[in-house]
Design a protein. Structure first.
Length: 115
C-alpha cells in the first residue's frame, strides 16, 4: 500500500523560509514524477513544482526563483525548499507521485504565512 507522508509545514513570517519533506513508502518510485501541489481556501489545487526521475524540474511561474524542488530516490523522498514566502503562498501543500499513469497523494501539510 502506497503511503506519502508530508512534514515541515507551519507558521512563518513573510520573507521567511520553510522546507517541506515527503516520504513515500509501499513501492519503488525512482521512475515516478514527484511533485508538490497546493490548495488555498476557495481556490483550486495548483501544481507548484515537479521533478522527473532524471532531475528535470518544472515550477509554477508564481514560485519560480523562490522555491526549489529536489528528490532523494534512495530515500523515496521529495523536498520543497520555500524561500521569500509571501502571504499568497499560504495553503495546504500536498505531495504527489505520478507513476505508470496513476497518482498517489499525501494528506497535506499546512503552510501559513503571516506576521
Amino acid at each position: 500500500q502506497v503511503q506519502l507522508v508530508e512534514s515541515g509545514g507551519g507558521l512563518v513570517q513573510p520573507g521567511g523560509s520553510l522546507k517541506l519533506s515527503c516520504v513515500a513508502s509501499g513501492g519503488s518510485f525512482g521512475l515516478g514524477v514527484m511533485g508538490w501541489y497546493r490548495q488555498a481556501p476557495g481556490k483550486q489545487r495548483e501544481l507548484v513544482a515537479e521533478i522527473l526521475s532524471g532531475g528535470s524540474t518544472y515550477y509554477a511561474g508564481s514560485v519560480k526563483g523562490r522555491f526549489t524542488i529536489s528528490r532523494d530516490n534512495g530515500k523515496n523522498t521529495v523536498y520543497l525548499q520555500m524561500n521569500s514566502l509571501k502571504a499568497e503562498d499560504a495553503a495546504v501543500y500536498s505531495c504527489s507521485i505520478r507513476l505508470l499513469g496513476r497518482y498517489y497523494w499525501g494528506q497535506g501539510t499546512q503552510v501559513t504565512v503571516s506576521s
